[in-house]
Unconditional design. Structure first.
Length: 622
């Protein structure tokens, strides 16, 4: 059974399909094997054209299908470029479907052919794509004999070549599997003996669907319509591409209306799915969309992420307390008086303002919450009231293992109790794509020693992450005798990496304390190494992952960020107190999983955590 993206059991997909498209989709799903991928009505290329179906098979290649529900009696005239139809409004002219799908196909093939990795290297076929490709049309309400009776053979061969057209009997419920597949692949003019590899398939998906790119550039070329621009000038093609896996893509494209919850492990692409969801929502509504998180630097990263996709003016991204402050300023509500910190009083003020009617409900077409495990129940109850009841669109993403701001395990409350209606609409993402297998295995093996097993109040079990297969160096624990030596050793590593060509923006120094982060920032600046210290709100809000400078941060402020290489200073300062050791273990887990490729932990004092880390490493290092 082929995989259809989006799935056929999704109501939004079914509502867009004509009856003929549904029939074709069912035959593709049921009569093709598991290694076929089929996309329905998804825009491709820089001009965002919408083929009805795109079919990809490792051995067969790439096929584009256009589906028409026309009836024989409505066909008045056919030329090479146009079709005249008799309708209730009179005669109308439409593009010839074969010409229409041919143009779709060549737009994509020309784009793929610009990638040297997707071109053949052998002399006989040098420069051609590494896979076959073709196109065709399906007339779901017209039988072949009706066309044969209406058109002479010469005209049919010129205007509706039989090998490029399928008819009603070819997609009927009784059609033979082999006959169906033979019809499809008869639309190709040639075939190859070799199969596409998984990296090649991902590379094709990277080109077809810019919105699923993890690295590189999903960015401005999504909305460019100038046909004079070449593909090469619009986007630089990297040597190695990263895209959503099929589960992520299927999930992102099939998120329906209502309330949705994604429980994903660290590095599972939750933020990427959030970005895709924002893209979709921005296309279907002109009302504002709200994205909230708890970490100031994460909010800055999300703003850069969304702005790069061209929808920054419509999607409003806030750290939760900044959003509360903005609501108070906008609606001129007096801040409640008490001895509590101002951020707590801001939340209370907004809650009271909404209850009193001073601050309006239903301000946004949709609300999306990243790192929802850091939100208190009253915060979630507040923001769910901000959603327009007509759209009722909410997306909550969370991971209990990364809960570092609240005490205790799990969310500590049911989602239904705060107005989130997501029963039966929660998805678990288990695969980690950020970290190497070595980093992920090391980090989770450490953390699980301090985590209670079993279910939280939400009914969702602690999810063990699965590595996606990337490998790299084993994490290193370096034992030294003083904090000063920790800083000196960190600077020596940074100098070496810089000499090896590692960009400064790919390096982060995470510190167990704010004082230590201040010390290392001063040391870096003293030797002329550019860095950004996420030590206050102003600097956190200025975080830009694209600027070439080292990030220096506390572990708390690094949450939601990621870097190729991470140095963790002050490891020995964590886990000293028994009463909060589980919370500190989560904190260290967050720090370790910020590193995509290389993790260096430095400790100049002993602690239970240091002993555990040494045990996991197999022997003490230093």
């Amino acid at each position: 059974m082929a995989e259809i993206i989006p799935p056929l059991n999704h109501q939004r997909t079914l509502s867009r399909m004509t009856s003929g498209e549904k029939r074709v989709a069912q035959r593709l799903r049921d009569l093709l094997e598991d290694d076929y991928l089929v996309w329905y009505d998804i825009p491709v290329g820089r001009q965002r054209r919408y083929p009805d179906f795109i079919i990809l098979h490792p051995a067969r290649g790439l096929l584009f299908l256009e589906v028409k529900d026309w009836k024989s009696e409505t066909l008045k005239k056919i030329s090479k470029s146009e079709v005249t139809l008799r309708t209730s409004q009179g005669l109308v002219t439409r593009p010839h479907p074969l010409e229409q799908v041919r143009q779709y196909t060549y737009a994509v093939i020309d784009q793929l052919a610009c990638d040297p990795v997707l071109r053949q290297k052998d002399v006989a076929h040098r420069g051609r794509l590494i896979m076959p490709w073709g196109w065709g049309v399906v007339f779901t309400n017209i039988r072949r004999r009706q066309i044969e009776q209406a058109m002479p053979e010469e005209a049919r061969e010129r205007l509706l070549p039989d090998h490029l057209v399928m008819y009603r009997e070819d997609v009927s419920s009784s059609v033979d599997v082999e006959a169906f597949q033979e019809r499809l692949w008869g639309m190709f003019h040639y075939s190859f003996g070799s199969c596409l590899t998984l990296p090649q398939i991902d590379r094709i998906r990277w080109h077809l669907f810019p919105e699923i790119r993890i690295d590189g550039s999903p960015t401005s070329d999504l909305f460019v319509s100038d046909e004079g621009d070449t593909v090469e000038s619009a986007v630089t093609i990297p040597d190695i591409v990263r895209v959503m896996d099929l589960q992520q893509e299927q999930l992102a494209r099939s998120l329906g209306e209502g309330h949705r919850v994604i429980h994903g492990v660290a590095g599972s692409g939750k933020t990427l799915i959030l970005g895709y969801r924002c893209l979709h929502l921005a296309e279907i509504t002109d009302r504002p969309i709200l994205v909230l998180c708890f970490n100031v630097s994460l909010a800055a990263r999300l703003r850069a992420f969304i702005s790069a996709r061209g929808i920054g003016s419509q999607v409003q991204i806030y750290h939760f307390h900044d959003w509360c402050a903005q609501q108070i300023r906008t609606y001129h509500v007096e801040l409640v008086e008490s001895d509590r910190p101002v951020w707590e009083r801001q939340v209370e003020t907004v809650i009271q303002g909404v209850e009193a009617g001073w601050i309006p409900r239903a301000q946004y077409a949709a609300v999306l919450i990243d790192e929802g495990h850091d939100f208190a129940p009253e915060w979630l109850q507040l923001v769910t009231q901000m959603i327009d009841p007509e759209t009722n669109s909410l997306l909550l993403l969370y991971d209990d293992a990364q809960s570092i701001y609240r005490k205790g395990k799990g969310l500590g409350f049911s989602l239904a109790s705060v107005g989130i209606q997501a029963q039966g609409r929660t998805t678990i993402l288990r695969v980690n794509y950020r970290n190497t297998r070595e980093i992920l295995t090391f980090a989770y093996a450490f953390m699980r020693q301090y985590m209670d097993e079993g279910k939280s109040v939400t009914g969702v079990e602690l999810v063990e992450p699965e590595a996606c297969g990337m490998s790299g160096p084993v994490p290193v624990l370096k034992r030294l005798v003083s904090v000063d030596e920790e800083v000196v050793y960190a600077l020596a590593c940074i100098r070496k990496w810089r000499g090896d060509g590692v960009a400064l923006r790919d390096i982060a120094v995470l510190c167990a304390s704010g004082q230590l982060s201040h010390v290392v920032t001063s040391a870096l600046r003293a030797v002329g190494i550019d860095c950004l210290w996420l030590g206050d709100r102003r600097h956190k809000a200025a975080y830009d992952p694209g600027q070439d400078r080292i990030t220096v941060s506390s572990i708390y402020s690094s949450k939601g960020l990621e870097f190729e290489r991470v140095i963790l200073l002050g490891t020995g300062e964590l886990g000293l107190a028994e009463d909060n050791r589980a919370d500190q273990a989560r904190l260290l887990y967050v720090a370790m999983t910020r590193a995509r490729e290389c993790l260096l932990m430095i400790a100049s004092s002993g602690s239970p955590f240091v002993e555990s880390l040494q045990s996991l490493a197999g022997h003490p290092l230093g």
